[in-house]
Ligand binder design. Sequence first.
Ligand SMILES: Nc1ncnc2c1ncn2[C@@H]1O[C@H](COP(=O)(O)OP(=O)(O)O)[C@@H](O)[C@H]1O
Ligand SMILES: [Mg+2]
Length: 223
Amino acid sequence: MIQLSHIHKEYKLDGDVFVALKDINLKINDGDFTAIVGPSGCGKSTLMHIIGLLDNPSSGTITISGKDVSKLSDDDLSKLRNEFVGFVFQQFNLINKLTVAENILLPTIYARKDLGFDPKTRAMELMKRFEIDSKAKSYPNKLSGGQQQRVAIARALINKPKLILADEPTGNLDSKTGEKILSLLKELNGHDKITIVMVTHDNHIAERAKTHIHVLDGEIVDD
Ligand SMILES: Nc1ncnc2c1ncn2[C@@H]1O[C@H](COP(=O)(O)OP(=O)(O)O)[C@@H](O)[C@H]1O
Ligand SMILES: [Mg+2]
């Protein structure tokens, strides 16, 4: 599904060059539930942003379903990102000025017109499934952390992505609530057949994934 070859990422800071990722080679197959694991600052989020087409590598290639994404126009790239990937973040990244339902519907605005489903009906189904339908008209800052993350997951799913990228999805939750979010991700992988890549610094959480990619100082290391 996704292949990264010789990915290198550097940041330039006041003339200094900081190498965040070095010669990353990895493959994510359809149906995987992979954890990207490593200590804080090792490059996990940078890697996730590159996999999710939110950021460009300094060099190296990314292919999705056999297509080199560097060959795509900006428009096609945004479309692919919007419809192929759903993102879940540690801080939920919901928009507090929009209601729960409006947050969930937001990605459909940027998608192509013929998504093949009615956005509002799908949003309601997702809210029911994740038991946040009673909060449809509430604002995110009135919700608990677990509820906010379920809204974020519904938003990630609205365009029927093949892949969910989750960056420390339980990082702001107590362990019991975090456990529920992990079970939900497992269900999306097992039942809905969505490929999941989850970033975490926590080995205990990483254990819930089927496969693991260990990162240290910007490089993939063996287990
Ligand atoms: N936009 C940026 N500019 C400069 N340095 C960055 C930027 N983003 C990340 N970094 C640096 O790259 C390294 C990896 O960051 P990150 O991918 O966020 O790590 P992790 O998610 O594993 O904690 C860190 O040292 C961080 O300071
Ligand atoms: Mg990070």
